[in-house]
Ligand binder design. Structure first.
Ligand code: AMP
Length: 285
């Protein structure tokens, strides 16, 4: 497996594959790899001739005061895990490779995808995400790029960008990988103290309570949201940020739930901000 640190090296590495018409799968990450990232690699491996993983802690998606400096970084360990998972090349550039002096162009999705949820508390976050993802797609020119449903709003924003800008790569969403107790894997789980780690599965428990209620016939959006809020706020170590219900188009779900519904939550546990979501299919009656 190659580790490429410059755009020049990336271009040199990719050129023969592009010339030969090979399909490239791109898995963009910020490193600190876990089984969630590796599940994206497995899917990319199955779909493409070669798999490129980018590892880049993208400064433009962190607001001032967020955890950019503290974000866990361990390229050596990531390299081992990526090689074992079948990645062909890691692209791990320095910041100046992607944002050279004078950089001043950003991509900003301004629709429903960037209203509410994480956009409300992380101003500029998705603008940083879409900008870096577009740069990576332009550099790698993959057939497909892989993103986790764990970051449901990010996936929706990237799909919107790809559709609006007629980007060539297919955007592939992949299911959430969880710990045995239900906690969604996240690089930020590493920040949790033991008591916070014990408390964190409350997010998925709350979502499951809501799913059970829907499956038992509850159709009131507001009752479902309140149910999730109560479940999370009953955990003293959880500081709830939001509970939202969205329809398949990304708008607020109808007051009587129907169709495909995304239930999404965010909460802080100490300094860690965790997110989770589920999708519930409700048959039209
Ligand atoms: P990150 O390194 O946190 O930026 O994540 C890189 C990619 O991995 C994103 O597309 C995430 O949505 C995805 N990802 C992170 N955690 C998980 C998980 N638990 N299950 C599936 N995908 C994940």
């Amino acid at each position: 497996m190659k580790v490429l640190e410059t755009v020049l090296d990336l271009n040199r590495y990719l050129a023969p594959y592009h010339r030969a018409g090979k399909s490239i799968g791109l898995v963009p990450t910020m490193g600190s790899l876990h089984a969630g990232h590796l599940s994206l690699v497995a899917t990319a491996r199955a779909d493409n001739d070669i798999v490129v993983m980018s590892i880049f802690v993208n400064p433009t998606q962190f607001a001032p005061g967020e955890d950019f400096e503290a974000y866990p970084r361990d390229l050596e360990r990531d390299t081992e895990l990526a090689a074992e998972a079948g990645v062909d090349a890691i692209f791990a550039p320095l910041t100046a490779e992607l944002y050279p002096p004078g950089f001043s162009t950003f991509i900003d999705v301004v629709g429903v995808e960037t209203s509410g949820m994480c956009a409300a508390s992380r101003p500029g976050h998705f603008r940083g995400v879409t900008t870096v993802v577009d740069i990576l797609l332009n550099l790698v020119r993959p057939a497909r790029a892989y993103f986790g449903q764990k970051d449901a709003q990010q996936l929706a924003v990237i799909r919107r960008m790809a559709s609006d800008l007629a980007l060539v790569p297919e955007i592939v969403g992949c299911p959430i990988v969880r710990e045995p107790d239900g906690l969604a894997l996240s690089s930020r789980n590493a920040y949790l103290s033991p008591p916070e780690r014990s408390a964190a599965p409350v997010l998925y428990q709350a979502l499951r309570v809501a799913r059970d209620a829907i499956e038992s016939g509850q159709r009131s959006r507001d009752k479902i949201i309140t149910m999730v809020e109560h479940h999370i706020t009953a955990e003293p170590l959880a500081k709830l940020e939001y509970v939202e219900a969205r329809n398949a188009a990304g708008q607020e779900a109808p007051s009587i739930l129907t169709g495909e519904i995304l239930l999404a939550v965010a909460a802080r546990f100490g300094t860690s901000r965790l997110i989770d979501n589920i999708i519930v299919e409700i048959e039209e009656t």
